[in-house]
Design a protein around this ligand. Structure first.
Ligand SMILES: [Zn+2]
Length: 100
């Protein structure tokens, strides 16, 4: 199977607090930072956050990034998002809030 990125309009609030963040060795809860969390987990054992989204800070073009991506693809019913997209949207929102 091929790996294709899908673009979608999404409210950043939907992702915040429902994100599992993976690195090469483990994964942590985006809400409370608890780690390690198995990639298959549907909820955080610490704070109960439901994981609907999964991402990594590693670039998918590196061997490490490819390895993490393969693991994320096996992680069940979560949408895989591109970390830089999330970071960009999240920073933009923070900047907007500063000027309110
Ligand atoms: Zn948590």
């Amino acid at each position: 199977m091929e790996q294709i990125r899908v673009w979608k309009e999404i409210d950043i609030k939907e992702i915040d607090g429902h994100l599992l963040i993976c690195d090469d060795l483990s994964a942590h809860c985006g809400a409370c930072r608890k780690m390690p969390i198995p990639l298959e987990a549907s909820r955080c054992p610490e704070c109960g956050t439901e994981f609907n989204y999964i991402t990594t800070r590693e670039n998918h073009t590196t061997p490490t990034g490819q390895r993490i991506l393969s693991k994320m693809l096996q992680s069940g019913n979560k949408s895989i998002i591109e970390y830089s997209d999330y970071k960009h949207a999240s920073d933009k929102k923070k900047a907007q809030n500063l000027f309110k």
